[in-house]
Design a binder for this molecule. Sequence first.
Ligand SMILES: [Zn+2]
Length: 549
Amino acid sequence: MSYTNSLVTCAFPYSNGSIHLGHLLEHIQADIWVRYKRMRGQKVIFICADDAHGTAIMIQSKKENITPEQLIHRTLIEHKNDFLNFNVIHDNYYSTHTTENLFFVKKIFSTLQKKNFLKKKNIYQYYDIKENIFLPDRFIKGTCPYCHTKQQYGDNCENCSSIYTATDLIDPKSILSNTKPLLKKTEHLFFDLPQLETFLKNWIYSGVLQSSVLNKIKEWFITGLKPWNISRDQPYFGFNIPNFPNKYFYVWMDAPIGYISTFKNFCHYNKDINFEDFWKIDSPHQLFHFIGKDIIYFHSLFWPAILEAADLRKPTGIFAHGYLTINQKKISKSKGPMILAKDWIKYLDSDSLRYYYASRLSSKVEDIEMNLETFHEKINADIVNKIVNLASRSAYFINVYFKGYLSKELTDIHLYKILISSSRKIESFFENRDFSLVVSEIIKMSNIANQYVNTEAPWNIFNLKNDISKNRVQNICSLSINLFKIIITCLKPIMPDLAQKSEEFLNISLKWEDIVHPLLNHKIALFKKLYSRINKNQVHFLLKTCTLK
Ligand SMILES: [Zn+2]
């Protein structure tokens, strides 16, 4: 038994927009993993925060005629609520605009300064003369200098994932005024990434990255590491850089430090967790980041480099996932389908989305396609017809003729053992985040169990006046309910609502270590509907709401 802690994080949602299905993909992925690890007795702390700084927040609040603080406060409440609606339970959901974060940003900044990792340099930056503002990367669009995809932001390419500076873009335009921005001289602060090249070249082989990510990073080393600009001109909403008037820390400098400050805030309320012990350079604890593939560069190069330079521990695992596509289109704020968490929950349940995502997610950096034409068919076929049906068809006899009592022994121990061995396979699938394999194994188990009930056909042999027949029916139905118990235990990290209702029905709390222990001579509750079939109209109503936006 290990007494170390695992800290699990998701990328921080930005404070100027609502949580959508793309955010949920990552948070549900992480939440499933956290729930599984906890079921196995591991100590896991799951945190996240809102990314509250940057020009976009400033401009959005101006538009709404409120302060940036009011905007980020309102968004924080909305985000927390959205995640709770999908049973994504963070131990702490905080913000990067906090005194703790300011403290750690300043502390790390001063260490970097002392160790000579920072230098000032005059550069030319794009300036929107119509709006009188230096343009942040996300406010400039142009053609990617590497793969020549049009309409890419000024910091990285969504198509080829390359990182560049806005001045590298071909044919740049300000998205504020749609004019061609001018280059203007300004002094900035750079983090000397090339100084850490040797460290990074070793670190990337420490098993922390997925293999496709490792290959991508090797390419980036060939292109060469460049000093990283960590400052931004005013007007900006963020933290001022000490002794550098009118300059702010770039949001990508203070956002990852938010992992540290959010954890610090958690420790404040959980005195048994030792903050220093967790972040020290030789920490025995584990740190895992779930991220989208668009921010691999920041997490696999900048972030470990900053941590190394600041004498802090590095991540244990960085788990990147692909993009979500809905009906073959990439979801995006500006184009394509955009389904918000709060809209989904008006028409559909949280478990169905969690299950669907799990059935598509693997440990690889692959895009996830969500087909909303067939979504309801898949949920109904798997959850209603296979899994829940196993319990409902057997519960009737047990409830009505045996006062709710399951039999005293299992008649087919062999069948029970087949499902136990499936659950052993599922353990490693969960651990490796191969959730699609978990789901296909669960469906295999359900097929085997339903086949058993079909063959035995208790409804054909039941005879109230014949004790032998009655006994056989009780045995068949009890075994079937015990197989259901194994299946639903494996499904518990994925579908917490269904698991909770099943626990009430089975009259137990589902624990991983109890998978091997069948329920014998045990009283179950009266069967109530565990899951409602999804009607295609529910999806149609959802899509109607979303296209109206
Ligand atoms: Zn590109």
